[in-house]
Write a protein that binds this ligand. Sequence first.
Ligand code: ZN
Ligand code: ZN
Length: 293
Amino acid sequence: MTAIPGRKPAMGAHVSIAGGVATAPERGVRIGADVVQIFSKHGQRWEGKPIEPDDVHGFRAETERTGVRTVAVHCAYLINLASAKEDVRTRSLYALEDEASRAALLGIPHLVMHPGSPGDDPEEEGIARIVSALKAFGKFPAGVSLLLENTAGQGASLGKTMEQLRRMLDGAGNPPDVAVCLDSAHLFEAGHDLSNADHWAEFKDNLDRTGILPLVRMWHINDSKTGFASRVDRHEHIGRGQVGIEAFRRIVNDPVFRELPLILETPKDGADEYEMDLVNLASLRALVGTSPD
Ligand SMILES: [Zn+2]
Ligand SMILES: [Zn+2]
């Protein structure tokens, strides 16, 4: 069950850090993961306990012992760089800075963030605010890059199309330390049927045309409880939702994505926190090397 170095594609899940960040790699071992993602603090709070030198040592030692790489920190959901409220934008910028320095301390390469929502304000204004926040932020700490995640487009949330992500990146001057994380549930909920061969080809063209393809650094690999183009974000276990197993078969087998880590963010509703991650990873691994319909 220990991580197999070099296995492609590398797969794993978002895991808890209850008991400290140093517990994350062992949680990865328990689910047979190659890679994991964590929150470095509570996902729904602005403040987090500082990361102490002991946490850093413990985390690095456990990473070494288990071979499970923590490839990403998911930012707290409160961060909203597109908010209509200036105080929220300011807090968000400080929070992003904090997240980035925590990731740097732990040696975690990616910081995943939802671009944000302008509420009732026009999309353009939201994008302009994200752009100015990214410009104000400047450079990320060495070894850390920000990944803008595509969204389901729930409410006014930005990032539901590749074109929107492109506009944010262009506006910010295409910083070398800002890239993209794709979420399979969000894509489906935003109107991409990746289980269909034609739509898959169309989606890849879209990634190519917008120049997003070379910026994709990881996948959140989730099924969706809600329907096609529902714009409602509800994750489901692999193969039990509406995305369609062929979509997952394409993602795990496409040579273009082979080097990218795949992270589950599916419910932990089994007998314990590990059960369903084990089931979902087994479902995904069973697809590797098989050919689409
Ligand atoms: Zn996600
Ligand atoms: Zn989601």
